[in-house]
Design a protein around this ligand. Sequence first.
Ligand code: OGA
Ligand code: NI
Length: 359
Amino acid sequence: MATLNLGSSIPVPSIKELVAQPLDTVPLRYIRDLDADYPTAAAFPGDSSVQLPLLDMAKLVDPQYQEIELQKLHDACKNWGIFQLIGHGVPDESLKAMHKKTQEFFDLSPEDKNQYAQKPGSLEGYGQAFVISEDQKLEWCDMIFLKAIPTHTRKLEFWPEEQPRNFREALHVYSHDMRKTAVSIIGFIAMALGLDFKDFREVFEGGNYDVRMNCYPPCPEPERVIGISSHADLSGITLLTDCGDIPGLQVLKDGRWVFVEPITDGMVVNIGIIMEIVSNGVYKAPYHRAAVNRHKDRFSIVTFCYPSKKFDIKPAKELINPDSLALYKSFTNDEYFRSFYERTELSDDGVPFIDTVKI
Ligand code: OGA
Ligand code: NI
């Protein structure tokens, strides 16, 4: 039995440093066989099959529009598992401040950033995600991963302090804004599923929020590498904001990769595996990945929203009856994360985690 790998990561070079020198071709460790994957959809105007759903929180809270908007939410979660959200109420200053601090962080010198580097046995801090073997293919992405809520989970040694100035304040405010949005959205998702929305709001009010800030530097051969490889999120739901208008996020829809175009002042919401389980598969956690581009840095901020540790992860009882049996196993919070981390250590069998939580 291999030892339990609680998200430790082998240090690999920073992409920012890699591209600081002139680079015509990409090192072999980053080259993927992307042709073997699904094709990328070429969106053209009027093709609704590649148009991500757009939800408006202002309508969800407005009694006049709520019913129609709830139906749209249900369809979006069912057919896509991902949607754009506007009217979310997060103050512009909060978004702008966090976007600015994220860019400033990645623009620091390697020495300054490395003060916050991941340590063996922990995924938190600055570095790369889940590099567990020396011959593993690498992703074209630098990141800093921080637990933000509850505040006692923060490991401040990984939180940039003097530079960028006020980074900590910005992340404190931003993460609480994201929690507020997550609690509202989860309430409406519960409502759309016919579950007790007050319970779900409470469970996410007392939940855990981890923030991952990503930097995707320009790449001389963008079509041969991947920023983040295809995955479904472990979260309940995930909230993503783009720090600019450069597309990168792609979602797998009907066998094609569809670009999620950033919209000004909007955010992207996706269903995570926890809510797929809770909904008993009515909603699916979509596979998504990040593509990179030839010309510009792209930055994204991803907030993973988890239910309270006391919440058992299992199909909601309201959705289970003789005509609709449980399709997913039941887990305590601990069991869920253990089963994931045990797998990343051992999963060379190609079976995705989501398949292991099904009955
Ligand atoms: C993630 C993720 C996509 C992006 O961090 O889990 O899917 O576009 N990021 O940054
Ligand atoms: Ni993701």
